[in-house]
Design a protein around this ligand. Structure first.
Ligand SMILES: Nc1ncnc2c1ncn2[C@@H]1O[C@H](COP(=O)(O)OP(=O)(O)OP(=O)(O)O)[C@@H](O)[C@H]1O
Ligand SMILES: [Ca+2]
Length: 814
């Protein structure tokens, strides 16, 4: 699995002085015209999220304007973009409602002929408007979810059929999941943009004056040298700027294609599989999990505690529940919690998000902070130059004018007089030309572009020039563990079941024969039912495991013990699921037992789940009370596993009288099944990277949700935890007073068992109280708040989400 490192630039307040109140500049310079990046610029300023599909709407960048911005005017305002988006959203909603009000009742809905001919019973417009207007009544008129599925010629269990020709037909009727791409801009458009620079216009005027005066006074060709010289420098600046902008635009186009290679999980032909987001079609059954972006508009099929963040569309920051009663999902929103399946009803430009993208053009505003600063300096120098030029002109001309005034000839000018004045003017122009440091911001652009290209060669995609710059000034890196420092390829290497610790080297030992049958049976039931992953058989008949690396490791373990996923899932009836999330750090399911009654299976952070156990399965397979001694032994085992840098999970179960009515599945009275230790090897080169960060004066801290011992072991292996460094847990961190934090944070190298909010608090603290420039790496799901708060957010392995400045395959901090 490749892990992308996506960075997002940000707030540079600590670096570049306190952010001033948003002030609109008349026009800002766009260093790179960036086709296809339309949405992300806004995203980078935080408020609106980028959709997963990377809207490919291109807009013209702002005209190159007067580059010299006063330093006080530098802060960029995220607001207008956000407001525009929301206004567009509500306008689009209102339009749909109006349309619905005016249109015929849908009971009179007539299927268009071409749709019927292609084998469907509902057309794209109807589907779009049902979801967009969230019209449950019309959904009912179409026969609810099942009706829609039928009309879309799909099955809610098996998905669409990919038999020859069928996909093409579907595509023809409903469109593709892509956004309209605009024409690439030509080189000459970039030249034109470059010419709009006020400085250049002033220079051109000067060149013109100088040329006229020169030729008039000194004749051709002697008098033309200065003018031609200035023109030549203008041409140089324009061609360099235009060429580099043009090249960047081409690069960004490629990059955008790369970014759209997002895989989503769908069921087609009865097989769960991964498909490119571009290939999604109405009728597809899509599986959603925490952290996913909804890839198209659709209707909820099934799921557990599915919670969406719709702020990118509506601006409402309050998360929205999605369930049978509120079954509509819009593309561009994000799954905050839970898991589920949706039936795709609209794709691409027909989705609400697609329409918004089409309606919006964004004012590009991506001068990098250094450029802004330099522009400010250039501005001041330019103004001083202008002042002295005027002064010189006055001083030079006052003698002549004074003389004429004295002679009373102020209104009669000879050719010589005019020439003299023009000559003085030429001198003044020369001063302006010399004083205006036109090349200064250009030099920055070029050097950043060079840095960007170098990073590209290191397999890093820098989406925002400013990121290069900010990265260079980072003073602290807060790194998560999994996927950043480790390779995110997990395998179960140790387990403790029935009090026996077992080690697995490659061919898994004959574990099942050593242990009592009941224990193995329960273990298998636990892993195979209580999982966010899935074992699927692909079209070639091969077994494939889908899910997060932790889930995959567990399922692999169960399969190697002889578990039969399909059979187990058919036998057991799951009535309730509490999906895993980083706050609870556990996952629970409730099964309805064939003989009546219910059983809950819980797995999660080892010490937390073990603390909920009061019984355990002993060596003979019988359930006995968990005495102090055994509990201590098990705790020791957890400690041993985690000190070996293993991610430790504990599995447990309990009987329940009633499974479905309980709001929260209780966290006590469990029977301990076992502990597993999952290995996730440290990436190659991480130690060296950490060392080079350190020698560059950058502090590296590990912030993880994992067990403190596991965290410590890995931090030591990476060179993050050193002698005298501190490692503490989130619970302890939360209790600290500001004074204690002041002492603690500089020494703290590892923050373990942290919740997303702890990560956020740490980053906030570092940025505000300690005045550090903070880079955060994370996976964008549980690390999202911290990533957002950071000066630079480097998000791992989530191509196409909102942190898109850098995308690395293989991490290298140096
Ligand atoms: N699918 C899962 N089901 C149950 N428990 C899990 C699952 N995945 C992880 N855990 C538990 O939760 C802990 C990790 O929590 P969390 O996801 O908050 O960590 P994280 O911050 O993403 O960690 P890292 O820094 O390693 O990426 C693990 O130590 C493990 O005990
Ligand atoms: Ca993580």
């Amino acid at each position: 699995m490749h892990s992308g490192l996506l960075a997002r630039p940000l707030q540079l307040a600590p670096l570049y002085g306190a952010a001033s109140p948003p002030a609109a500049l008349p026009c800002r310079r766009t260093p790179w015209a960036r086709p296809g990046l339309g949405v992300s610029t806004a995203t980078l300023r935080r408020p609106c999220r980028r959709n997963p599909c990377g809207a490919a709407k291109t807009e013209r960048p702002d005209r190159r304007g007067f580059r010299f911005a006063a330093a006080g005017q530098l802060s960029s305002s995220p607001r207008p973009q956000r407001e525009k988006l929301q206004v567009a959203a509500s306008a689009s909603k209102a339009a749909v409602q109006l349309q619905n009000g005016l249109s015929l009742q849908s009971s009179q809905y007539v299927v268009p002929e071409d749709v019927r001919a292609a084998g469907f019973q509902i057309d794209a417009d109807e589907l779009t408007s049902i979801v967009e207007s969230r019209d449950t009544e019309r959904l009912t008129e179409h026969g609810q979810l099942d009706g829609i599925a039928d009309k879309l010629a799909t099955s809610l269990t098996d998905g669409i059929s990919t038999r020859e020709g069928l996909l093409g037909q579907r595509q023809e009727i409903y469109g593709v999941n892509k956004f309209a791409e605009s024409e690439p801009r030509s080189f000459w458009e970039f030249v034109w943009d470059a010419l709009q620079d006020t400085t250049l216009i002033i220079l051109a005027a000067c060149a013109f004056v100088s040329l006229t005066v020169g030729i008039a006074t000194e004749g051709w060709p002697n008098g033309s040298h200065d003018g031609i010289g200035i023109f030549a420098s203008i041409i140089l600046v324009v061609s360099v700027t235009a060429t580099s902008d043009y090249q960047q635009s081409l690069q960004f186009r490629d990059l955008d294609k790369e970014k759209r290679k997002i895989l989503v999980q769908v069921t087609r032909d009865g097989f769960r599989q991964r498909t490119l987001i571009d290939d999604l079609l109405p009728g597809d059954v899509v599986h959603l999990a925490v952290g996913d972006q909804v890839p198209a508009d659709g209707v909820f099929i099934s799921g557990f505690s599915l919670l969406l963040d719709e702020s990118s569309l509506t601006g409402e920051s309050e998360p929205v529940d999605v369930n049978e009663d509120k079954p509509f999902l819009s593309s561009g929103t994000k799954v905050l919690d839970g898991s589920g399946q949706m039936l795709v009803t609209a794709v691409g430009m027909r989705t609400q998000w697609g329409k918004l993208m089409a309606a919006l053009t964004e004012g590009g505003n991506d001068e990098t902070p250094l450029q802004v600063k330099l522009s400010g300096v250039a501005n001041i120098i330019g103004k001083i130059g202008l002042f002295f030029a005027v002064l010189t002109f006055i001083v030079l001309s006052q003698e002549l004018i004074g003389q004429k005034y004295h002679d009373g000839l102020l209104l009669s000018w000879s050719g010589d007089d005019v020439l003299e004045i023009l000559n003085h003017f030429a001198v003044a122009v020369t001063i302006v030309v010399v004083a205006v440091p036109e090349g200064l911001p250009l030099a920055v652009t070029l050097s950043l572009a060079y840095a960007m290209e170098k990073m590209m060669n290191d397999k890093a995609l820098v989406r925002q020039l400013a990121a290069c710059e900010t990265m260079g000034s980072a003073t602290v890196i807060c790194s998560d563990k999994t996927g950043t420092l480790t390779s995110n390829r997990m395998t179960v290497v140790k387990a403790c079941i029935c009090g026996n610790t077992l080690e697995f080297n490659d061919p898994l030992s004959s574990l099942s024969s050593e242990l009592p049958e009941v224990a193995v049976e329960t273990l298998l039931e636990s892993i195979l039912t209580n999982t966010g992953g899935e074992v699927v058989i692909d079209q070639n008949g091969k077994q494939d495991i889908i899910g997060t690396p932790t889930e995959t490791a567990l399922l692999e373990f169960a399969l190697s013990l002889g578990g039969n996923y399909k059979q187990k899932r058919q036998e057991s009836k799951i009535v309730k699921v509490e999906p895993f999330n980083s706050v609870k750090k556990r996952m629970t399911v409730i099964l309805e037992l064939p003989g009546g009654g219910y059983r809950a299976h819980c797995k999660g952070a080892a010490e937390i789940v073990l603390a909920a156990c009061d019984k355990f399965i002993d060596g003979s397979g019988s359930v006995v009370p968990l005495d102090k001694k055994t509990a201590n032994l098990l705790n020791d085992t957890i400690e041993t596993f985690s000190s070996e840098a293993l991610r430790t999970l504990c599995l447990a179960y309990r009987g329940l009288e009633d499974g479905s009515t309980q709001e929260e599945i209780p966290l006590q009275g469990y029977t301990f099944i076992g502990i597993v230790g999952i290995k996730d090897p440290v990436r190659l080169g991480v130690r060296e990277s950490v060392a080079s960060c350190r020698s560059a004066g950058i502090a590296v801290k590990m912030v993880t949700g994992d067990n403190i011992n596991t965290a410590k072991a890995i931090a030591r292996e990476c060179g993050i935890l050193t002698d005298g460094g501190l490692a503490i847990e989130g619970a302890e961190f939360r209790e600290k007073t500001p004074e204690e934090l002041l002492e603690l944070i500089p020494k703290m190298q590892v923050l373990a068992r942290s919740s997303p909010l702890d990560k956020l608090a740490l980053v906030k603290y570092l940025r505000t109280t300690s005045n550090e420039v903070v880079a955060v790496t994370g996976d964008g799901t549980n690390d999202a708040p911290a990533l957002r708060e950071a000066d630079i957010g480097l998000a791992m392995g989530i191509a196409g989400t909102e942190w898109d400045v850098v995308e690395l395959w293989g991490v290298d901090y140096s």
